[in-house]
Design a protein around this ligand. Structure first.
Ligand code: ZN
Length: 201
């Protein structure tokens, strides 16, 4: 199983980090060992600035390569939420040097993932998703604000990576990303339903 992630897919988020609006999807991959087990996220020793990024996650239900945009919606049946934990200090250092981001994005536990729900229960074009930190809302996303929609992402990524059943796609974070600290509580909501409840240690 692989985790394909999209960077800078919400323009307000791209801008808050001082990045340009991309012309093509920005893609990176997390290994399967990045999946967080349980509800406790341990801050890694190599970073002093770990950020949360709440994202809608697609679960691939039908594999394929060179998937056409028109057929892309047949390749996932379920969606959930995920937090793309990012060692921002390390990522900035790597970016400055023109190096890959994997150390900052793909470390153990860096992908917190909720349960999955039938996509038919949602208005896929405008899903609302929120993140609360210590009881206060810090992110409030709507998928209509994505630069590249789900189908475009699947079509684009599958030109390079064969998609297999069970692969996950993190579709990008809206604005409001920020640092987590010891003892923080993160709660993620898909529409009105709480789907993630994490403790930072
Ligand atoms: Zn992200």
């Amino acid at each position: 199983m692989k985790i394909i992630c999209i960077g800078r897919n919400y323009s307000k988020h791209a801008k808050e980090l001082g990045n340009e609006i991309p012309e093509k999807p920005v893609i990176f991959i997390k290994p399967d060992t990045a999946v967080l087990q349980g509800n406790d996220f341990y801050l890694p020793e190599f970073s002093d600035d770990v950020h949360y990024e709440l994202e809608v996650v697609l679960k691939i239900s039908k594999g394929g390569k060179y998937i056409q945009k028109e057929n892309a919606n047949k390749h996932y049946e379920e969606i959930g939420l995920g937090i793309d934990f990012t060692a921002r200090d390390l990522q900035n250092e790597l970016k400055t040097k023109g190096l890959p981001w994997e150390l900052a994005k793909g470390f153990d536990g860096s992908a917190a993932i909720s349960k999955f729900f039938s996509k038919n229960d949602f208005n896929i074009k405008n899903i609302n998703f929120d993140l609360n930190k210590n009881g206060e809302q810090v992110q409030n996303g709507f998928t209509k604000n994505m630069i590249f929609g789900f189908d475009e992402i699947i079509a684009f990524a599958s030109q390079y990576f064969t998609l297999r059943v069970g692969d996950l796609i993190f579709t990008g974070t809206p604005e409001g990303v920020g640092k987590v600290e010891e003892n923080d509580i993160l709660e993620a909501f898909l529409e009105d339903k709480k789907v993630l409840d994490l403790r930072i240690l």
